[in-house]
Design a protein around this ligand. Structure first.
Ligand code: TMP
Ligand code: ZN
Length: 418
C-alpha cells in the first residue's frame, strides 16, 4: 500500500533506511524526522458506514538538511489515492477570483491562450479558461471525475503517455503548462520535470502552483499535512531539483489561496531571451525563505497547543450542552478531527457541498458528512470552520446562522471565535 521514502526527492540527499544494521554514525546522513502525526487515515477516503476503508498509513515528516525540503516518510500508492478521488475544486467565489488573477498573470507573461493543465480534476479551471477564449487540454488520474466536453486524458503525468487530444489547435504545443496543487502530490519529481519535454517547446511557460512551507508553518496549518501532500515546498528545494535539468525558475508570485501558495514559473534554458530576463522575484523570494529544521519544530509546538485548546473548548461546550458541528469536509478537516480525537458525540456532523462526500463518514471517525443546508435547518450553537481557507466567503454566505445566534470557531491561524 505504501513504500518508504529513502532519499530527498529534490536533491537526492539521504542514506536509505534499512530495517537492520543501521549504524549510529549514519544518522547524520539521513533525512531527519521533524513532525510525527502517528498512523492516520487517508484523508479523502470518505466511505459509508458499512463500507471498507482504504486504510491507514504513517504520517511523519522528514526534513532534508541539504535543500530544506520536508517530505513524508512514506509514499502511499497513488492508484489508491487518486483513481477514485473525492476531492473536487470548490465552486466558490474565492476560486473564481483566483482563476481570474491567474489568467491575468499568464497573459502578463505573454501566454498565447493555449493551455494544458496537469491534474485538472473535474475541469473547473479549464472550463473557466475556455469560456475566456483559451484552447485547453488536460490530464488527471481520477477516473470518476468526468470533465464533460473537455479534451482530458485519464492518467498520471510523468507515468502515462500524453498524446494531446485532437481539437482545434493548429499547433499542439501549449503556450502554458499549468500544474495547480499537484506537484507536491507527486513522488518522482525528476520524471515530472522530464515529462514536460513531451509537450513543451523552448517557448512554453511552465507554471507550478504549490502551498509554500513558509506559509504553512507561519499559519500553524498542520492540518495540511496528509498522505497526498508528499512534499512541503521550498524554493531552495526547487532550485536543487532544477540544477541538472534544462529548466530554471523565471518568476515567483505569492497567492493567498489555500492559506498561502507560490506560483513558480519555469522557462527553458535554451531560450536565450528568457535567460536574460529572469525576474527579480526569484532572488527576492529565495533570500526571504527562512524554512529550516527548527521551523518544523515550531509547527509541531503550534500543533500541540492548538489541539489541546480545541479539545478543551469543545469539552467545555459539550458540558454546557451546546451543539457543535463542522463546516467543510476538506482533507484538512479529516486531519484536524482525527488529531483531536473527536467523534459524533462532540461534532454532530460536517457539512459539505461535494456530492461524493455526502452521507459518508469523515475518514477515521464516525462523524457523518451532510449537505450544507443542514447548518440553517438544524441551527447548531457552534460551527467549527474546517474549510478555514474559505472563511470570509462562508461567513458571508451563512449569515442566517450568525443572525440566529450561531458562533464560528475558526482554528487557523489562531483559534478564535466569530
Ligand atoms: P479544500 O480547502 O481542499 O478546497 O476543501 C474545501 C472543502 O470545503 C471542499 O470539500 C468543499 C467544501 N466547501 C463547502 O462545503 N462549502 C463552501 O462554501 C466552500 C467554499 C467549500
Ligand atoms: Zn534535499
Amino acid at each position: 500500500m505504501y513504500h518508504l521514502l529513502t532519499r530527498c526527492r529534490a536533491c537526492g540527499f539521504g542514506k536509505p533506511v534499512v530495517a537492520e544494521g543501521i549504524k549510529r554514525e549514519d544518522n547524520d546522513e539521513r533525512l531527519k524526522s521533524v513532525l510525527n502525526l502517528g498512523v492516520q487515515p487517508l484523508a479523502n477516503n470518505f466511505v459509508k458506514e458499512n463500507e471498507m476503508h482504504s486504510g491507514y498509513a504513517p504520517l511523519e515528516v522528514l526534513y532534508c538538511p541539504r535543500c530544506t525540503l520536508a517530505q513524508l516518510s512514506v509514499v502511499v500508492d497513488p492508484e489508491i489515492l487518486y483513481r477514485n478521488y473525492a476531492y473536487v475544486t470548490s465552486p466558490s467565489e474565492t476560486m473564481r477570483e483566483h482563476f481570474q488573477r491567474l489568467e491575468h498573470d499568464l497573459i502578463d507573461e505573454g501566454a498565447s491562450m493555449t493551455l494544458f493543465e496537469i491534474g485538472c480534476n473535474d475541469g473547473r479551471l479549464l472550463r473557466f479558461f475556455r469560456e475566456h477564449g483559451w484552447v485547453v487540454g488536460g490530464i488527471d488520474p481520477a477516473a470518476n471525475l468526468k470533465a464533460e466536453g473537455l479534451p482530458v486524458i485519464t492518467g498520471f503525468w510523468g507515468k502515462d503517455k500524453v498524446c494531446l487530444p485532437a481539437n482545434s489547435w493548429s499547433d499542439w504545443t501549449p503556450s502554458v503548462i499549468l500544474a495547480r496543487h499537484v506537484f507536491c502530490h507527486v513522488d518522482d519529481w525528476h520524471k515530472f520535470i522530464a515529462a514536460l519535454d513531451d509537450i513543451a517547446n523552448i517557448d512554453t511557460l511552465v507554471c507550478i502552483e504549490v502551498p509554500w512551507a513558509q506559509d504553512t508553518i507561519q499559519m500553524g496549518a498542520f492540518d495540511t499535512i496528509y498522505h497526498e501532500h508528499l512534499s512541503y515546498f521550498t524554493l531552495h528545494a526547487m532550485q536543487a531539483l532544477l540544477a541538472d535539468t534544462h529548466w530554471h525558475m523565471h518568476k515567483v508570485l505569492h497567492y493567498p489561496v489555500h492559506g498561502g501558495a507560490l506560483m513558480v514559473m519555469l522557462r527553458h534554458n535554451q531560450n536565450g531571451v528568457w535567460q536574460q530576463q529572469r525576474h527579480v522575484s526569484v532572488d527576492e523570494f529565495l533570500a526571504n525563505e527562512t524554512v529550516c529544521e527548527y521551523s518544523w519544530n515550531d509547527l509541531d509546538q503550534k500543533r500541540r497547543g492548538l489541539v489541546i485548546k480545541l479539545q478543551e473548548l469543545v469539552k467545555d461546550l459539550c458540558w454546557k450542552r451546546k451543539r457543535i458541528v463542522a463546516y467543510g469536509a476538506s482533507a484538512k478537516c479529516t486531519v484536524l478531527l482525527n488529531q483531536c480525537g473527536f467523534t459524533r458525540r462532540e461534532i454532530a456532523f460536517v457539512t459539505d457541498t461535494t456530492p461524493g462526500k455526502l452521507y459518508r463518514n469523515v475518514p477515521g471517525t464516525d462523524i457523518p458528512v451532510v449537505d450544507e443546508g443542514a447548518l440553517t435547518r438544524e441551527l447548531p450553537d457552534y460551527a467549527l470552520m474546517t474549510a478555514w481557507n474559505y472563511s470570509a466567503e462562508i461567513v458571508a454566505k451563512e449569515q442566517v446562522f450568525k443572525d440566529k445566534g450561531g458562533k464560528w470557531i475558526v482554528p487557523m491561524p489562531e483559534l478564535r471565535m466569530l
